[in-house]
Design a protein around this ligand. Structure first.
Ligand SMILES: Cc1cc2nc3c(=O)[nH]c(=O)nc-3n(C[C@H](O)[C@H](O)[C@H](O)COP(=O)(O)OP(=O)(O)OC[C@H]3O[C@@H](n4cnc5c(N)ncnc54)[C@H](O)[C@@H]3O)c2cc1C
Length: 163
């Protein structure tokens, strides 16, 4: 049986990008003035299929899980190499000094500044151990130029060099 601490070290060698999952508090709507956006940092965001464009994210119990389960929509913003502070901001419940800005391009808020953004509608979800895998259709997406924030070996790494 693999020890969870050892497993974390082993699986942490699978390099990923980092995304911030955004969702709205079910008590408010994007059309309300002053609607509340909630964000959570993840590295489990990945593509599932191209036709139709489908993604998935695995979320632990928490507000993002609760809000997406009720609303069925979420945004995903892929972070740039310069946004490790944004990743930390949305990974902790304590207040940080940064105030990230959001934009609703179509119907779901995403980060105003990011490397790529996706507006998603949940099509199915699967509870696995203490997480839920949300599978979602991509309604709209876009990208900016820049290099990604990489997560590898439990640390952030900036940028990539072509092999
Ligand atoms: C690089 C990186 C990658 C990450 N990748 C992921 C990822 O892929 N998936 C993921 O789920 N998290 C991931 N995290 C952790 C995640 O960013 C934080 O846990 C964040 O606070 C989650 O926000 P939230 O809205 O889901 O939870 P919050 O509501 O902000 O709660 C924070 C944590 O408290 C606990 N909690 C809250 N409410 C309950 C409850 N009712 N019952 C039990 N526990 C509760 C959960 O552990 C939850 O994650 C990652 C963090 C980092 C730094």
């Amino acid at each position: 049986m693999t020890d969870p601490v050892e497993f974390r070290r082993d699986v942490g060698l699978f390099a990923t990008g980092i995304a911030v999952i955004t969702c709205t508090d079910p008590e408010t709507s994007c059309t309300d003035v002053g609607y509340i956006v909630h964000g959570a940092t993840v590295n489990s965001f990945t593509s599932v299929s191209l036709k139709p464009p489908t993604v998935m994210v695995s979320l632990n119990t928490g507000r993002a899980h609760q809000f997406i389960t009720s609303h069925r929509f979420f945004g995903a913003s892929v972070l740039t190499a310069a946004q490790s502070n944004v990743s930390n901001h949305f990974a902790r419940s304590s207040d940080s000094l940064i105030k990230p800005e959001f934009i609703v391009r179509h119907r779901v808020p995403t980060l105003m500044s990011c490397l790529a953004w996706f507006e998603c509608e949940v099509t199915s979800q699967l509870d696995v151990a203490d997480h839920t895998i949300f599978v979602a259709r991509v309604l709209a997406s876009g990208r900016e130029s820049g290099s990604p924030l990489i997560f590898w070996g439990s640390e952030y790494h900036c940028g990539i060099t072509p092999n």
